[in-house]
Ligand binder design. Structure first.
Ligand code: ASP
Length: 323
């Protein structure tokens, strides 16, 4: 049996509902501890409570702590697979951070729950069991960080939370899951063809995320000029276009060597320099905006933050966002 490290970080999977007030909140003793005995048939499980945070409280500092813990586990502690329980709100960001930075090929699986531990139909124990099965699977080795909930296996890069409360919330728009979990085991039907890796020891860069809208002007962009930031990601319109009134702000940011990465606010598709009108993708590309290929705004922000630890060179940053 494989040695599996189970790292708890908090979230609904670690919470209980107060039956009187209806509020869902943290509890002292991790409710999943009761489910742990049945997990031992899938691996030698070692458990650590790393944090007990709702995931809106997770920052890049906690993500870096997890990365370092996983690398130590893989390199020094003879661990062959890792499962992280995490709040679902920012789970995809932690997953992608780890996917880009961990220097190891052991399976790393993130999971969570949409219903807390004492609610009817609580999905935490089941998702945990599925995740342990995936982390113990030989087929999961070298596939990067995976997200497992509701019987589906997703890549960290493509998965996103699509519904506020449905247990089938985690989906990979445009690509679908890479595998499924069944009662008999784990079955992959796709494998990521391209894996990226950044060697970082620190996360010090401040990257902002803005969403474009009809009639948006440069007010927010020029405010950023005085805020000592290292980069901006903009969820642009359609294939990568912005209202013309934003051009002054974009130009000013680029002049101060602050990289501006464009993604689309569309759910599917990638941004490209197609349109030649004012504010269109061609003008934005000529000005020096970096076009990202299909990442969501929150994932592009994580990637820019990490890439900036390695380089501030525009060409190298653009290169990083081609993948
Ligand atoms: N708000 C919760 C969190 O992310 C949601 C969850 O865990 O499902 O911590």
């Amino acid at each position: 049996m494989k040695n599996i490290l189970l790292l708890h970080t908090g979230g609904t999977i670690a919470m209980k509902e107060d039956k009187e007030s209806g509020a869902v909140g943290q509890v002292g003793n991790h409710p999943l501890n009761e489910a742990l005995s049945s997990l031992s048939e899938y691996g030698n499980i070692m458990t650590e409570d790393v944090f007990n945070l709702p995931s809106p409280h997770i920052t890049s500092k906690e993500m870096l702590i997890l990365k370092n813990r996983i690398e130590k586990a893989a390199n020094n502690d003879n661990i062959e697979g890792v499962v992280i329980t995490h709040g679902t709100d920012t789970l995809e960001e932690t997953a992608y951070f780890l996917d880009l930075t961990i220097q190891s090929t052991i399976p790393v699986v993130l999971t969570g729950a949409m219903r807390s531990s004492n609610e009817v139909g609580s999905d935490g124990p089941y998702n945990l069991l599925s995740s342990i099965k995936v982390a113990a699977s030989d087929d999961a080795v070298g596939k990067g960080v995976l997200v497992v909930l509701n019987d589906e296996i997703h890549t960290a890069k493509n998965v996103t939370k699509t519904h506020t409360s449905n247990v089938a919330t985690f989906q990979s728009p445009q690509y679908g899951p890479v595998g499924i979990v069944t009662k008999r085991g784990v079955s992959f039907h796709h494998a990521p063809i391209h894996r990226e890796n950044f060697v970082i020891t620190n996360v010090s860069k401040k990257v902002m995320l803005l969403k474009a809208y009809a009639g948006m002007d440069s007010t927010l962009l020029t405010t950023l000029l005085d805020m000592d930031i290292d980069g901006v990601v903009i969820e642009a319109l359609g294939q990568g276009n912005l209202p013309p009134a934003m051009i002054n702000g974009i130009t000013a940011l680029l002049k101060q060597n602050i990289p501006v990465v464009l993604v689309s606010r569309c759910f599917n598709g990638i941004v490209q320099d197609i349109y030649g009108y004012e504010g269109g993708g061609r003008q934005l590309k000529d000005l020096g905006c970096i076009f990202s290929n299909g990442l969501s705004g929150q994932k592009a922000r994580i990637k820019l933050m990490i890439a900036l630890e390695q380089t501030v060179d525009f060409k190298e940053l653009q290169e990083a966002f081609l993948n």
